[in-house]
Design a protein around this ligand. Structure first.
Ligand SMILES: Cc1cc2nc3c(=O)[nH]c(=O)nc-3n(C[C@H](O)[C@H](O)[C@H](O)COP(=O)(O)OP(=O)(O)OC[C@H]3O[C@@H](n4cnc5c(N)ncnc54)[C@H](O)[C@@H]3O)c2cc1C
Length: 496
């Protein structure tokens, strides 16, 4: 008995010693939490101004969802000037504020808009090649600056420059809590994949963890549609937002999500089955009822809103005639620049067969058979198809006023249905911030030493994400990152 107690005491002491050994302490000026779009921009911008920075990334691969992005918002950029495109900063600011019904944070929106042109030059100076200036829907504003190599290209290049400046990036290292002393944020406690603790003492912390789309509990509590299918988001559980709240920061804008184009589960963004599903064909809910003007897909965040009201899933129905159109004339609605508008869907059959096996794509010689395969009630499916065909013949959609250009008949077998679900690119709110991207409390007082950027910051949108200013989420990430770096560096100088 005595021997076993002695052994236990020894084992506990050895364990404690090992635990103490596993804790590492670092000193720096700024800790940036999250090496995605906003965190990478903030780190490089701060390091360029002479600050010592430690960048933490939870995953083994950096970039977050920023890695997948295609292009960035800016107004009055050198690219726009060269094309005689005259949208002004004032016009952009007013449009954003009016769209949000002035629920957005006006001073912050102004700071973001004003910084955006300079950010294009800054990125270009760092080797980013802008290939194209475009909008994200027909008639939209030309604010989307498409970069070569997608987001991963510039994020990796910026991190290489960050390393050249002698600054450390710790991968597979998750920030767990803030160190707060006398009301000031002075560091971060993090843990790596081996369970080792890292205590990083700093003068300021920038939180850039990319939102909470993968946190079921937070999604349930704060968003209108928690069951949305995440696109490319991994491990986004809102740690940064919760850390900021724990320091006294106020919440803001948690209900806003970047609703994306509805699509079939399991298909990539370049799938031709997915592209066929993202067209303005006839959309029916599982009860076989039509519920919106399907050309809302051009402004896809609104398509997400419409589908979420229906419970988040639908069947996209079309016939052989529409398939022929998509294969010979090409699609009317591009999937960003990944499957551009007018792409001829030559991979459709291959992708369709995969979808058929996965239970998301259906083909039938009659509408009755299609109803049986999909589970939609045959009577409503047939009635909706008939009404839709009448709207096509009369060139008028008396229910949802769809542009007749996008009304195609459903007459020629085989008939197709693709099961599509509501999807999201990320959440777009969490922490209330100032125009300097300081985290602020309910009264608007800054939490000393704490900055919050990108998808973790609230106040950019009203109730819905939109495409009016294409590229706005990456634009917000990179510009909030740069502005937070300026603010944190200035704050540190004043501490001296
Ligand atoms: C497929 C796709 C295409 C897109 N295309 C565009 C586009 O063309 N234009 C546009 O404007 N927007 C686009 N977006 C949206 C855009 O990518 C995001 O809005 C943007 O990346 C948000 O930047 P962020 O820094 O807040 O988050 P992210 O870029 O996702 O970075 C957050 C990082 O923080 C890390 N992290 C999380 N928690 C912790 C923790 N506790 N400790 C350490 N690290 C942590 C994450 O792993 C991640 O790497 C697209 C999104 C997707 C999914």
């Amino acid at each position: 008995m005595y021997r076993s107690i002695r052994f236990l005491t020894f084992a506990l002491a050895a364990g404690a010693a090992l635990f103490a050994q596993a804790e590492k302490t670092l000193e720096t000026d700024i800790v940036v939490v999250g090496a995605g779009a906003s965190g990478t921009a903030a780190s490089l911008a701060a390091a360029e101004q002479g600050a010592k920075v430690v960048l933490l990334e939870k995953q083994a691969v950096t970039g977050g969802t920023g890695a997948y992005s295609e292009g960035i918002f800016a107004v009055e950029s050198s690219l726009q000037r060269a094309m005689n495109y005259t949208l002004s900063r004032d016009q952009a600011f007013k449009l954003i504020m009016e769209y949000s019904h002035w629920r957005a944070n006006a001073k912050m929106v102004r700071a973001y808009v004003d910084k955006s042109a300079d950010t294009i030059d800054w990125m270009a100076q760092h080797g980013v090649h802008f290939e194209q200036l475009t909008s994200n829907y027909p008639g939209g504003l030309y604010t989307w600056h498409i970069y070569k190599g997608r987001g991963a290209g510039w994020i990796n290049a910026f991190q290489a420059k960050f390393a050249e400046l002698g600054q450390p990036l710790y991968k597979e290292t998750t920030a767990k809590s803030l160190i707060i002393e006398k009301g000031k944020v002075v560091g971060v406690v993090a843990e790596n994949a081996k369970g080792e603790k890292l205590r990083i003492h700093s003068k300021a912390v920038v939180i850039a963890t990319g939102g909470f789309l993968n946190n079921k509990e937070m999604m349930q509590k704060y968003t209108r549609f928690p069951d949305v299918m995440p696109i490319a988001n991994k491990g986004k559980v809102g740690e940064g937002i919760q850390m900021a709240w724990s320091a006294g920061a106020a919440p803001e804008g948690l209900e806003v999500m970047a609703s994306y184009r509805p699509g079939p589960v399991g298909e990539s963004t370049t799938s031709h089955l997915g592209a066929a599903a993202k067209q303005p064909h006839l959309w029916l809910n599982p009860s076989g009822e039509r519920f919106c003007d399907e050309s809302v897909i051009f402004q896809w965040p609104f398509a997400g809103n419409a589908l979420e009201r229906q419970g988040g899933s639908m069947f996209v129905v079309f016939d052989k005639g529409s398939l022929d159109y998509m294969q010979t004339k090409g699609i009317d609605v591009g999937v960003g620049v990944m499957v551009p508008v007018t792409t001829k869907l030559d991979k459709f059959e291959n992708d369709f067969q995969r979808g058929e096996k996965a239970g998301v794509a259906f083909r039938a010689d009659t509408l009755e058979e299609l109803a049986k395969k999909t589970g939609m009630p045959a009577a409503s499916l047939k009635a909706e198809v008939q009404r839709y065909n009448v709207a096509y013949t009369e060139r008028h959609d008396g229910m949802f006023a769809k542009d007749p250009k996008f009304l195609h008949p459903i007459q020629k077998a085989p008939f197709y249905a693709i099961k599509s679900v509501a999807t999201s690119l990320g959440t777009l709110g969490g922490v209330k911030v100032s125009e300097r991207f300081e985290a602020v409390d309910k009264q608007g007082r800054a939490i000393p030493g704490l900055y919050v950027i990108g998808n973790d910051a609230g106040g950019m949108y009203g109730d819905s994400y939109d495409l009016i200013m294409a590229g706005s989420t990456i634009g917000f990430a990179v510009n909030s990152g740069r502005i937070s770096a300026d603010s944190a560096v200035a704050y540190i100088k004043n501490l001296r």
